[in-house]
Design a protein around this ligand. Sequence first.
Ligand code: NAD
Length: 492
Amino acid sequence: MSLDDTPPWNDVRNYVDGDWRDPRGPNGQEVVNPATGESISYVGFSSAADVEDAVEAGMAAFETWESTPVEERIQPLFELKRLLEAHQSELAEVLVREHGKTRAEANGELRRGIENVEVACGIPSMMQAGHLPNAAPDIDETAVRKPLGVFTAITPFNFPGMIPLWFLPYAVATGNAFILKPSEQVPVVTERLFELIDRAGFPDGVVQLVHGGVETVNALLDNEDVVGASFVGSTPVARTVYERAATHGKRVQAQGGAKNHIIVTETADLDFAARKTVSSAYACGGERCLANDVVVVDESVYDEFADRLLERARAQTVGDGLDEGTDIGALITPEHETRVRELIQTGVDEGAELLLDGRDVTVDGYEDGNFLGPTVFGDVAPEMTIAREEIFGPVLGLVPVSGLDEAIEILNGSEFGNAASLFTSSGADARTVRHRADVGNLGVNAGTAAPMAFFHFGGRKASFFGDLHAQGEDMIRFYTDETVYIERWPDA
Ligand code: NAD
C-alpha cells in the first residue's frame, strides 16, 4: 500500500515491533465507503497473541526509550509533523472515502491532529516538574516526572485522523511506549498514518498499531503489563472500559458520548448565531462529540432565529465528501442511518414540530450511500428523546425558553457535560453562564467549543470517566508519575 493509490486497498495490517503483520484473530470485517456502499478494504481483528506480542515489544522498547535524552525523543515527532503536512491531502482523501465526511472536514481534523504533534515537541519544557532549595532547614526538594511503561489508546470512528494524536505524541515524547487500537470502521487512514510513523525514525516497538474489535480491546485492558489506557467512544463502552481498566490496576481516562446545547439569548447576533449553529450541528454529518444539536432560544427572538436558521439549513448540500460542493457527507453505516431516521420519527411521535425533514434526500449516482439531509425540529421540549439522547446525525431541535435561568437549567439537566455554546452580546449573561454551566468546554459566540491542543479537552458527567483529560498539560500528568527527592548534605 502506498500513500497515493485508490481503492480497493489491500487488507489492513498491524504495525508491531517495527514490522507490518496480518492480524491473526478469527474475526474481521469489510471496510465500506459510506457514500457508495462499496467495499474498499478489509480489517482482520487481532488475537490475544497479537496483543501480547505488541505489549512485549513495547516493554522491550521502553527499557531504552525511557532513558533516551528527551531532545532525541522529540526528533521523530518533528519528522512526523513534516511527513503529515507533506501527505495531508492524500490522508484526507483516504479519510473521506472510508468515513464519508467532506474533504474540508478531513483536512481540518488532520490539522488539529498535527497541532498535538507540535505541542508534544515542547515536552522538554512541559515535562519539567519543580525544584525548591531550602524547602526545610538544609533540605532541597526536587520533583521529577518519570514515564511509566506501555500505554494504550482505543479510539472511535468519527475523527480517525485526529483523536489518536490526542494521545500518541505525548505518550512517546514523555518516554513511554504506545499501542493504538483504532476503530475497526475506519482502519485504513490509521494504517496510512503508521506508514508515516514508520518513516519518522522511532525505535522499533515504541509506537505500535493493533486493529480489532471488542476482543482486542479486552486483551489490552486485561494485560497487566499495560500501565494505562485512554478511551474515546460512546458512553456505555467508556464506562465499561473505565471499570475494566481500573480492575486491572491501570490509570485510565475514558471520554464518552455527548449532548451539547447552544443558548441563544435575546441580545445575540441572530445571523451569526444561525450560521454557527448550522455548522456546529451539521458538520461531519452531526457525527461529532461537539455537535450542538439542542438549541435553546429565548422566546423573544425564537421566530426570527428559526427563520434565519431554516434558510441556512435548507441551503446545505448533501453528497459525496469528495465533491467540492458537498456540505453534509454520508453517515458511517446503513445501521446508523436507520437509527437516526428512527430518532427523527420519535421526535415526530413525541410532538415536536418537524420544520425541515431530511429523510427524503437523494443523491444522484449514490443510491447505496448512507445519506440524510439537514433536519430541524421546532417546539422541542427538554424531556423529549431528541432533546436528551445523543443523535449523531444532521438533526437539531429548537427549544423555546423564557430567560437565561431556564436555559441554564435545561443545559445542566442533561446527563452529559461535554460542551455548550452561548450566543449573546451581554457580558453579564456570558459571565453568568461561565459560572453556572456544568460542561467541560464552553464556547462564547463560538459554535464549536474545541480547544487548541495546548489546552486539555474533555467533558463531565456521562461524557467523561477519569480525572486527567486529553491534550496539553493533562497528558503530561497522565503519562508520567512524579517522584520527589528530599535531599540533605550535612557537609555542604
Ligand atoms: P464506540 O464506543 O462504538 O467505539 C469506540 C471504540 O471502542 C472502538 O475502537 C471500538 O472498537 C471499541 N469498542 C466498541 N464496543 C466495545 C466494547 N463493548 N468493549 C470494548 N471496546 C469496544 O464509539 P464510536 O461509534 O466509534 O464513536 C462514536 C461515539 O464516540 C459517540 O458517542 C461520540 O460522542 C463519542 N466521542 C466522544 C468524544 C469525546 O471527546 N468525548 C470524541 C469523539 C467521539
